[in-house]
Ligand binder design. Structure first.
Ligand code: AR6
Length: 176
């Protein structure tokens, strides 16, 4: 069965899907960027649950409830810190996307929204991240039991354009 891919510009905290993915750190301690926005908008219950999870290794993902957000779950994924690209960053970024889909699938989610993991504080170049994130998420969704809709929510117009270019280059059909 096919998977619908959507690329949109916006704020992921406002997206009503089954699971939104957070670009977290391995301590699941909260922080700036999209992590800060998710905890601010979702309220303190998300952090209370994160504290009980005991952290999350890079390339992995763990779920909590959504607090006050319009999603059913938040999947906290930890992407790699960019260190030039020869330190396993693409594999870890792909793994963070694959594991996010697998965790969401295990919770019965049909729709999953991702931010551009690792491309803010962690410094992963946006165009290179898109070429890893898109095929990893789509392939994992295709292999999943439940996930049929994958949305990438890009914060800026430039980030959306980078994901758009990568999707075209990879010949991934997408809606906008
Ligand atoms: N909706 C969608 N995308 C957003 C939003 C939002 N509300 N806010 C920011 N972005 P970053 P990282 C974009 O730095 O690089 C945190 O402190 C942002 O423009 O949030 O994986 C964590 O606690 C960028 O394109 O995540 C970790 O310590 C993308 O989200 C660390 O940062 C990711 O940027 C993780 O760094």
């Amino acid at each position: 069965m096919g998977v619908q891919l959507e690329l949109v510009q916006g704020d992921i905290t406002r997206v009503a899907v089954d699971a939104i993915v957070n670009a977290a750190n391995s301590g699941l301690r909260g922080g700036g960027g999209v992590d800060g926005a998710i905890h601010r908008a979702g309220g303190p219950r998300i952090m209370e649950e994160c504290r009980r999870l005991g952290g999350c290794p890079t390339g992995e993902a763990k779920a909590t409830g959504p607090g006050d957000l319009p999603a059913r779950y938040v999947v906290h994924a930890v992407g790699p810190v960019w260190d030039g690209g020869e330190a396993g960053e693409p594999e870890l970024l792909a793994s963070a996307h694959r594991r996010s889909i697998e965790v969401a699938d295990g919770l019965g989610c049909v729709s999953v929204a991702f931010p551009a993991i690792s491309t803010g504080v962690y410094g992963y170049p946006i165009d290179r991240s898109a070429r890893v994130a898109l095929p990893a998420a789509v392939a994992a969704a295709e292999a999943s039991e439940h996930v049929r809709r994958v949305v990438f929510v890009l914060f800026s117009e430039a980030d959306l354009a980078a994901f758009w270019d990568a999707a075209s280059e990879l010949q991934l059909e997408h809606d906008d």
